[in-house]
Design a protein around this ligand. Sequence first.
Ligand SMILES: [Zn+2]
Ligand SMILES: [Zn+2]
Length: 136
Amino acid sequence: MVFCRNCGNQMDDIANVCVRCGVQKGRGNYYCPNCGHQTAPDAAMCTQCGIGLGPGGAMPGAKSKLTAGLLGIFLGAFGVHNFYLGYTGKAVAQLLITVLSCFILSEVSYIWGLIEGIMILTGSINTDGHGQPLGE
Ligand SMILES: [Zn+2]
Ligand SMILES: [Zn+2]
């Protein structure tokens, strides 16, 4: 559960746009996305729940860039980083390449995962499978 930062409306986790005001999730700076408490537009954190409100700050429940990147580098052959980020289609493809080839082609998915891991760490990939910005 998140709250629209523009109007304070409760939003579905999967919704990308507020149904009440039409503003994109995470846009606006009048309400805390975590607890719905009204906040000062320039507040750095919510006075009610203490969550950081920096501009472009990661949403609550945002996937960790560092975790995803390291998973890609070390376990990319199994698509673990893509499972983690919710890119299930890509994740299954990487896993199947590795498993169905009895690891003969694991290098292919390993390098694929390695490159994606590096892209995640460098910010070339900066959203998860649902379009949510990654956290630190
Ligand atoms: Zn709204
Ligand atoms: Zn709050």
